[in-house]
Design a protein around this ligand. Structure first.
Ligand code: SAM
Length: 266
């Protein structure tokens, strides 16, 4: 275990840089903050590269347990000052633990083989929406999220935080629109697109079998090409003055309709 108090330590700088997509892409590492999320990741077999904690907390039961697990997995354990932790976290009041992990992306041809429930997001921009959606996909037993086109990063600090650790229990894939359209020609199940223009009420859709739930961009909705690839297009009724639901809310409503059909209440 190393003790670090210097704000200019190279490891500290490298970990802080993981808030930026450019450095995540270079190193293929990302950050997870907080005891619960880091514990969840380790329990699920994710191997931390660095495990950073507030110096002095090593005798807390949970921190000691995490240090021991992280060391056994070969992580570099760093006991750091409050200021160093604040620098890495870019927050005045940082969580007591932060860890870095290697990103995992599932290739699209494997996604197609995993005939289960996926959510595909067309150019999702908001990391909070993405994290919230990952949490909901996990909640209904889905296998993962496909990011289509120019999306916010699934491994950003904000997305990981909003997922509450669900990102560690899911697979993430990314594809250009062209590659996605090409790959889904081999998909055996339904592709359920959601659109304000759709004529079918979501409660009347065919929710049986494996499916990709296809959600549109926050501003522009689904592209015409993606909407055309859907085997069904559904809408949620809008009875008030708002013309659409928030993306993460719309995804949650559809996912729970899926669940209602897979596991009807007894
Ligand atoms: N102006 C956009 C449009 O015309 O589609 C609104 C996009 S909405 C904020 C983001 C995404 O959430 C939509 O593309 C769709 O996938 C889903 N969505 C939101 N409200 C919906 C509804 N009432 N029915 C079906 N999908 C909806």
């Amino acid at each position: 275990m190393r003790h670090i108090n210097s704000l200019t330590n190279p490891t500290v700088k490298a970990l802080r840089a993981l808030h930026e997509r450019k450095y995540r892409r270079q190193s293929r590492l990302f950050l997870a903050e907080g005891m619960r999320i880091v514990m969840e990741a380790i329990d699920l077999g994710w191997v931390p590269q660095h495990f950073v904690f507030l110096d002095g907390r090593q005798d807390d039961d949970l921190v000691a347990k995490l240090i021991s697990a992280a060391e056994n997995m070969g992580a570099e354990c760093l006991a750091v000052s409050h200021d160093v932790l604040a620098k890495i976290s870019r927050k005045d009041n940082p969580q007591a633990v932060v860890a870095s992990f290697a990103e995992k992306w599932m290739p699209m041809d494997e996604v197609i083989k995993a005939q289960a429930l996926w959510v595909a997001l067309d150019r999702v921009r908001d990391p909070g929406n993405l994290g919230t959606i990952m949490r909901s996909v996990d909640a209904v037993g889905g296998v993962g999220v496909i990011l289509i086109g120019d999306c916010t990063d699934g491994f950003s600090v904000e997305a990981v935080r909003a997922s509450m650790g669900a990102c560690f229990n899911l697979s993430l894939a990314e594809a250009t629109e062209e590659a996605f359209l090409d790959q889904v020609k081999n998909w055996q199940g339904e592709i359920i697109g959601t659109s304000l223009l759709a004529s079918s009420d979501y409660r009347l859709a065919n929710w049986t079998g494996p499916k990709i739930l296809l959600m549109g961009n926050e501003q522009a909705g689904l592209t015409d090409a993606l909407a055309a690839a859907a085997t069904q297009l559904i809408r949620m009724p809008m009875l008030g003055r708002s013309d659409s639901l928030n993306l993460a809310v719309a995804t949650g409503v559809a996912l729970y309709e899926h669940l209602r059909h897979q596991h009807p209440p007894e």
